[in-house]
Design a protein around this ligand. Structure first.
Ligand SMILES: NC(=O)c1ccc[n+]([C@@H]2O[C@H](COP(=O)([O-])OP(=O)(O)OC[C@H]3O[C@@H](n4cnc5c(N)ncnc54)[C@H](OP(=O)(O)O)[C@@H]3O)[C@@H](O)[C@H]2O)c1
Length: 281
């Protein structure tokens, strides 16, 4: 990144403002955040001083999320050009480049809770913490209807942030061993937990801004249930040719039935970020 001239809003300062804005946004329908030279609203931002290109890109991309009033459900997937999120064996580190990883950590810092399916929890043994940028740690949530994830998972052992382990009402499972883990039982339908019920259970705990981080099965269920406000697809210039699919939903007969959400694109290093507004499709 070229050095930022003095009296120019740089990328890191803009990120700190977004983090503070995210804390002050209330349930107001028209939130406003004034912070140094920056003025943020739910529909955009302005600056009293010139901004670096990197700061502008990030504010265009993330200010609408930071300033979103009320509940927000966002999903992300990092995928190859041919729509794969991992190889057949489940290897996915890393499809995307370092800039996309940083973007993912920014998304984590802007939400209250990050959700993964049992498949991702088992395959990746992720921490789901904010490490590549500064920011607040979200609550980490595992959707595990059958109670199949092993107690040795880092999410269940390492206490950097609280962990909510959502299991089915009938799951036969020992109480959590660590104080940072809360077990929550939810009713199971034929399609697993109803995504809206998962989000309501989180909102009841004050977790109103939620990132569905993967994998493909989990994001597809939330998308199909119509509960996502936004989807960030990070497409890497890579062909895998086989492997785990990203989005996989019920078949449609004609292209008139396909969803065509309002889309914006951003560069993320060599990757392209498609920011899809699912409230307008
Ligand atoms: N590139 C990326 O952005 C990215 C992100 C995350 C993960 N990954 C990769 O993706 C792979 C895993 O993805 P995946 O699609 O196979 O699995 P996944 O989405 O991680 O997990 C699917 C499982 O989670 C549980 N689950 C999800 N939604 C549920 C709901 N609404 N109700 C009840 N249970 C629910 C179910 O568990 P049960 O099977 O027990 O019923 C389901 O089979 C791994 O290889 C990982 O490395 C890639």
């Amino acid at each position: 990144m070229p050095p930022t001239p003095p009296d120019t809003l740089d990328h890191e300062t803009a990120w700190q403002v977004l983090c503070r804005a995210r804390e002050t946004v209330t349930r107001s329908a028209a939130p406003v955040h004034r912070d140094g030279p920056l003025h943020l609203t739910a529909s955009g931002w302005t600056s009293d001083i010139p901004s670096s290109e990197a700061a502008r890109e990030m504010l265009d991309n993330l200010a609408p999320l930071a300033m979103h009033p009320g509940r927000l459900t966002l999903a992300q997937l990092g995928q190859s050009l041919d729509g794969r999120i991992a190889t057949e064996s489940g290897h996915s580190h890393y499809i995307n480049g370092p800039e996309s990883l940083m973007h993912l950590h920014r998304l984590r810092a802007l939400v209250d809770a990050v959700v993964v399916g049992a498949g991702t929890a088992c395959e990746d043994d992720p921490l789901l913490t904010v490490r590549h940028v500064s920011g607040r740690q979200p609550v980490r949530v595992i959707l595990d209807p059958r109670g199949r994830v092993p107690a040795t998972l880092r999410l269940l052992r390492e206490a950097q942030a609280p962990c909510l382990h959502m299991v089915g009402e009938q799951a036969d499972i020992a109480p959590p061993a660590a104080a940072h883990v809360t077990r929550l039982r939810l009713p199971l339908g034929s399609e697993g937990f109803a995504p809206a019920a998962v989000l309501d259970a989180l909102a009841a705990r004050g977790l109103r801004r939620v990132l569905i981080e993967g994998g493909g099965i989990t994001v597809s269920r939330f998308l199909e249930a119509g509960v996502l406000d936004r989807l960030h697809l990070l497409v890497a210039p890579l062909l895998i040719g086989s492997g785990r699919p990203g989005l996989a939903m019920s078949p449609i007969a004609t292209l008139e039935q396909a969803r065509r959400p309002a889309a914006r694109t951003f560069r993320c290093g060599d990757d392209t970020l498609f920011d899809l507004d699912l409230t307008r499709s």
